[in-house]
Structures are given as C-alpha cells and as structure tokens.
Design a binder for this molecule. Structure first.
Ligand SMILES: Cc1cc2nc3c(=O)[nH]c(=O)nc-3n(C[C@H](O)[C@H](O)[C@H](O)COP(=O)(O)O)c2cc1C
Length: 289
C-alpha cells in the first residue's frame, strides 16, 4: 500500500503540493508523491481535502469514510463569537442524564481538531453514569487531603517540588491548595469536584505519545464548545487529573489503562441556570512587534 494519485482524475494543478505541511508531494512535471519523503506524511488529509477532482489516495484515508463536503453557508465571525462569548463554565446541573447520542455528538467534534502528532494514540473515556462518578469522589477527595498535608510540611513540600514540574507544583501550591484548604474538595461539603454532573469525559493517551498534552487540551476545548453549542453545559475539570494519574483505582473507574496518563476531564450536563451576560476578560498580555 502506498499513497497514490489517480492520473486520469488529476488536473496537475499542484495545490496539494502547496498545502502539504511536509512537502511530501511535489509538482515538477506531474504532481507526485516523493517516495523519499513519504515517511513524513502525517495523514492529515489536507491534500485530499483540497484536491478539486478527488484524485488523491492517502493510506488509511478514503473520500467515502473520512471526508465531508463543507456546507456552502460559512459560519461567519459574528456567529462564531456569539458561541464563544456566550459560553460559561457550568457548575450547576439539572438532575437529568445526557443521552448517549448527544455525548457522541459533542465528542464527535474532536474529529475536526488539529493535532500536533499521533492523533491515533489519543483516547477518550466517557463516564455517563452519576453513580460511577460518585464512586470516584472519595478517592479524589483523599488525594486533595494528602496534597494539603504535603504542602503544609516543608520536607514533603520540597519532595513534591522535586517530583513535579515547576508548572504543576505552582498549580498545586498556589491554586489547588488554597481551594482544598477552603474545604471545596471535602466530600462532607458536597461535590465540589464534579459538581453533581451526570457525565465526565476524560482525554488520555500513552505517557510517551507524541504531543499528547497539547492534543488533549485542544480536544477538551472542542468538546466543551460543542457541548455549549448544542445547549449543554460543560466545564474543564483539571483538578481531577493529578488524582487520577496517581491512583490505580481511579484509573480503573475512569477506564484509563495503567500506561496512559489523563490530560483533561470535562464535566457535562444540562445547565440549571441561564447566564444573562458574558464576561470579557483582558487579563492576557499582547505583545506587538
Ligand atoms: C485548563 C483549565 C482547567 C480548569 N480546571 C477547573 C477545575 O478543576 N475545576 C473547576 O471548577 N473549573 C476549572 N476550570 C474552569 C475555570 O475555572 C473557568 O474557565 C474560569 O473560572 C473562567 O470561567 P468561564 O469559563 O465561565 O469563563 C478550568 C479551566 C481551564 C481552562
């Protein structure tokens, strides 16, 4: 099996060669795959998506199964901004389960996401059952109790610093610890972790998978926005991630193989309240040259 170009269909326009991110296709004379560069093909499908005459066949992709015509009516900027600006992180849910069809729809949005590398190594686990989520809460809560104790003990805190990246340590110390100390994650205070959501979706991948952290956050963003676009509420719940990754029982509940690491979870459900206005934040710095 190899990537091929159908000579009868190909008009030799060469657009495929121009869009190929890794110059796997060349146009000198006739358009062709460059054998010596075919190992650089990402199977991103850009060449097949742009070809006016469906002349290209990339290994593992077919026009019938993997491509869809783009609707003529383009989503314009205002519609897009309306979706972005009306989204909120929803943490209050109705006591109503979400159908599998809707979950499949929002998770389906990931099929259109960009990826850094190796999308085939990405995995998504869905718990669409409140009872199962509840069985995980005491274990997650215990993890936060442990973090509280570690941060408060200078020796344990130093050890934690050595065992985690600077980013993770600062997130635990400056963000998670004060919230844990405030009692949010204590099971006796109710569910301040998954917020009573009927569904939690977790993105994970093998620990050594290429670009998996960035891929995972992008996938989670797509899922969150897709949920909002169809009237569901969603929130990224990163705080569960270190707990899942350090506890085999939690990995089992979240259906994450031992060799994988969780990247991001998203809780999903029907929003209990309707937000009347959006928040426009300008906290980030923009540096123009
Ligand atoms: C990377 C990331 C991790 C987050 N983790 C949590 C979390 O663990 N728990 C939570 O309640 N919200 C979490 N959130 C939601 C943020 O708190 C929320 O986006 C922020 O409060 C702003 O509110 P908005 O999304 O309504 O604009 C997370 C958001 C992001 C982007």
């Amino acid at each position: 099996m190899e990537n091929t170009i159908n000579r009868t269909l190909c008009k030799n326009c060469g657009i495929c060669a121009e869009v190929c991110p890794n110059k796997v296709i060349a146009k000198n004379g006739s358009v062709h795959f460059r054998q010596e560069r075919e190992h650089l093909c990402l199977q991103c499908g850009q060449c097949m998506a742009v070809c006016p005459s469906k002349a290209i066949k990339v290994i593992g992709l077919s026009y019938e199964n993997d491509f869809r015509e783009i609707p003529r009516k383009k989503a314009d900027y205002e519609n897009f901004m309306q979706i972005l600006s009306s989204r909120r992180s929803v943490r209050n849910f109705k006591n109503r389960p979400v159908s599998e069809e809707l979950i499949d729809e929002i998770v389906g949005s990931v099929s259109y996401a960009p990826f850094g590398a190796a999308p085939e190594k990405m995995e998504i686990s869905i718990i669409n059952n409140r009872k199962t989520i509840e069985s995980a809460l005491p274990l997650i809560s215990d993890f936060f109790n442990g973090i509280e104790k570690m941060i408060e003990n200078p020796i344990a805190s130093g050890f934690l610093r050595l065992m985690t990246s600077k980013e993770d340590f600062h997130t635990l110390k400056n963000h998670i610890y004060p919230i844990a100390k405030g009692g949010n994650y204590k099971i006796e205070n109710g569910d301040g972790i998954t917020r009573g959501a009927p569904t939690i979706i977790t993105i994970h991948a093998p620990k050594d998978a290429e670009a998996h952290t960035n891929n995972g956050v992008i996938y989670a963003t797509y899922i969150m926005l897709a949920a909002h676009a169809i009237g569901l509420g969603a929130t990224m719940i990163e705080c569960v991630i270190p707990a899942i990754n350090r506890n085999k029982k939690l990995k089992r509940i979240f259906q994450i193989p031992d060799n994988n690491e969780a990247i991001m979870s998203i809780v999903v459900g029907y929003p209990k309240y309707k937000y009347k206005r959006t928040i426009k934040r300008n906290k980030h710095k923009i540096n123009k040259v």
